[in-house]
Design a protein around this ligand. Structure first.
Ligand SMILES: *Cc1c(COP(=O)(O)O)cnc(C)c1O
Length: 390
């Protein structure tokens, strides 16, 4: 007799997975032999730079790397992160106290709630957003207070709209610029307002900076830590995933306030044993090479963005030309819901996109396109969508 398998309440209480319907339609279309163009996933199709791969191959054979790594990261990797922050953002970090390695930033984002959220605590999260922020809260028994990102506010959260008692009770505030899924960007002035809010209400600011290296037309997004006062209230999550086309490698970092970083490191050290050291050594190589290996991908994504955006606009779809990220956030036409438009694009055009409401209620009315396919395929997209009956 099989035993009764009962999942934890935190799993049973997970919000409905809104991408399930699109996943099902996608599988059906593939089974029918439809030539799908998949603009659904945010995962670079460009390979990791050769120098980084070669470093891994070389360092994978070294026996000292076959043993347990340190959960917080090799001192050399943490120093390489500090050097990169200094070079790229002019931010000086103490590698021993203000930097921790992550098994991809997703891991650190999830563990932030383990470290800082008690049952009943409030966490301020944008809607739409990368889902890990609010899932982490829920897994720790906290309560999410969602801040809608609206076009009229340039997809920045309106901190003044947060009721005083909520602000006072809040433990963490999650922000993410350049933003997934809206592709919005933030300036120094916004970060200053965030720091004022956090100082006044004693809230820890968690900035997810995964896309700072994917800026176009010469635009270089800033680090939250460049702003005066940020180090007193915040931690920044970063990753080699999108920057160096290394999503499969699982390597990232969190930097910032020494006490906040130390709390995260403490949670981690009880749950994981760090990143394979050879991967950290390859990561050091990537950070050292920096812009010289980032620029070629930046150029590719920028050209693809131009093709997709001009194609979509030519057929009358409403979208901004993003200044950063590999996402394009498109308003649904003719009052269609996100789900309806995504389904039409898939069924009638063989184009896979992601419904905006899958990232939160406030994403309703939008669809997210990525540019993780080559130019040839992207040129086909608008042609195909032109045929869809709207
Ligand atoms: C891709 C992505 C991540 C996750 O990156 P990893 O380092 O691969 O875990 C984090 N935040 C945002 C907003 C992302 O889009």
């Amino acid at each position: 007799m099989p035993i009764l398998i009962k999942k934890a309440k935190r799993i049973n209480d997970l919000p409905p997975y809104l991408f399930a319907e699109i996943d099902r339609r996608k599988r059906e279309a593939l089974a029918r032999g439809v030539d799908l163009i998949d603009l659904g996933i945010g995962d670079p199709d460009i390979p990791t730079p050769t120098a980084v791969v070669e470093k891994l191959i070389e360092r994978a054979t070294v026996p000292v790397n076959h043993r347990y790594p340190n959960s917080s990261g090799l001192p050399e990797f943490r120093q390489a992160v500090a050097n990169w922050y200094q070079r790229r953002f002019g931010v000086k970090l103490d590698a021993g106290k203000e930097v921790v390695s992550l098994i991809g930033s997703k891991e650190g984002i999830g563990n932030m709630a383990v470290a800082y959220v008690d049952p009943g605590d409030i966490v301020l999260v944008a809607s739409p957003c990368y889902p890990v922020y609010h899932i982490g809260t829920a897994f720790s028994g906290g309560r999410n207070y969602f801040l809608p990102l609206k076009k009229e506010n340039q997809f920045l959260p309106d901190l003044d709209s947060i009721p005083g008692d909520i602000a006072k009770q809040a433990k963490l505030l999650w922000i993410n610029y350049p933003n997934n899924p809206t592709a919005a960007i933030a300036d120094r002035d916004f970060y200053k307002r965030v720091i004022d809010f956090a100082t006044k209400n004693e809230v820890i600011v968690c900035h997810d900076a995964a896309y700072t290296e994917m800026g176009f037309d010469g635009y270089r997004p800033m680090s939250f830590l460049e702003v005066e006062g940020a180090r007193e209230v915040g931690i920044e999550f970063h990753s080699l995933s999108k920057t160096f086309n290394m999503t499969g490698w699982r390597i990232g970092m969190a930097v910032g306030n020494a006490d906040i970083v130390s709390g995260l490191a403490q949670a981690k050290s009880n749950l994981d044993s760090g990143i394979f050291q050879a991967i950290q050594e390859a990561g050091i190589e990537a950070l050292k090479l920096g812009d010289s290996i980032i620029e070629p991908s930046r150029k590719i994504y920028q050209e693809r963005r131009d093709i997709l955006v001009s194609g979509l606009r030519a057929i009358g779809l409403d979208c901004e030309k993003p200044r950063a990220t590999f996402y394009v956030w498109v308003a649904t036409p003719k009052g269609l819901s996100s789900a309806e438009f995504t389904a039409k694009l898939l069924d009638e055009a063989g184009v896979v996109t992601t419904p905006g409401n899958g990232f939160g209620d406030a994403g309703e009315g939008y669809v997210r396109f990525t540019v993780c396919v080559d130019q040839q395929r992207l040129k086909e997209v608008a042609e195909r969508i032109r045929q869809v009956s709207l």
